[in-house]
Design a protein around this ligand. Sequence first.
Ligand code: NDP
Ligand code: MG
Length: 385
Amino acid sequence: MENEHKISILGSTGSIGTQTLEVVRAYPNFKVMAMSANSNIELLEKQAREFSPKLVCVVNEEKANELKIKLSDTGIKVVSGKGGLIEAAVYDDVKTVVTAVVGISGLAPTIEAIKAGKNIALANKETLVTGGHIVTKLAKEYGVSLLPVDSEHSAIFQSMQGFSHSQINRILLTASGGPFYGKKRDELLNITPADALKHPNWDMGAKVTVDSSTLVNKGLEVIEAKWLFDIPVDKIKVLIHRESIIHSMVEYADNGVIAQLGVPDMKLPIQYALTYPDRLKMTDNALDFTKYSKLTFDEPDEDTFFALRLAKEAGISGGTLPTVFNSADEAAVSLFLGGKLSYPGISDMIARAMSAHKNTDDPTLDQILETDRWAREFVVSNMER
Ligand code: NDP
Ligand code: MG
């Protein structure tokens, strides 16, 4: 097809992955060449039959073998493991890789995709949090674009079009505040996974939903913004904005503030990352201002939700500390969702892991992955029972 835009979707079965496929469904110029899941082969099989990619990856080996049998009538190649995820990331002729896997598992395939000359539509913020120094340097070296999918970063990116980077005063990164906004620590003690999985404005995967409630997600986003936009952490101001209508803003030297607004709908940032600098028509997401008689703003409560403060510390220090922040959180959230750690335990474990860690500057990928293992192990062996 003329103007075909070939893409690969890492994590096609997740929240961002399935919404990316909605965009593809609406615009047949997109052609999915490769897609991946961790273990959800029921959905991946359906997706493969609908979108006919050349290759699918199931990270879980056993599930990959099951899918191989199910798809044996199709000619679609099924690969597995971390190596398979990299095959999906570097697949021939793919122009853009949508990194929609969750967690640090996105880092290595993103690095390989960049080395293969692919543009990155980046949803997986953990990639920049843990390996931002490597990824941004490689992107420059290989001349590829890192296009943000995260709604706040897309808003910032949109608010920077046509303006000079040197005239930026600061970034105003908005946060919904999550379901526990206004609560104090003693009110958080008995929060259950079901409570934490209810987000007021966005429908997202489990880990990012819990991270939104602890403000870990906003902390990860501060570090993500630092790398994406080359802005120091102290010029990134987090602002609670309960309505999630302003997706973030940029303040310039003359105190003029440019913002991007819209209803909470990830399809807009997803498709903008795929079509930048063009905009595709969307029909169902117009913003009706009269439905919002006011937009509100507040300071984040960094004493109660102190993970945000920890993230800023990690972002300022750099080195392996942001990986400790990220990976202690990944391990703690998984224990919390499994009923093995209390809700305040998530932020407590991040703090303890960070203070026990000896930071390494400018780490290699191996050092980052080693730090990831260390932080997970620290959380599991030190958690309250
Ligand atoms: P989901 O949990 O909904 O989906 C995650 C995807 O990654 C699934 O396809 C899953 O496969 C796969 N996956 C899970 N674990 C692994 C692993 N270890 N290795 C490889 N693949 C894996 O997550 P989201 O879509 O919500 O989030 C994806 C990323 O996008 C995250 O980094 C998140 O922070 C970011 N993001 C998400 C937003 C949202 O609205 N959801 C907004 C902004 C950013 P399977 O289905 O088989 O488990
Ligand atoms: Mg976000």
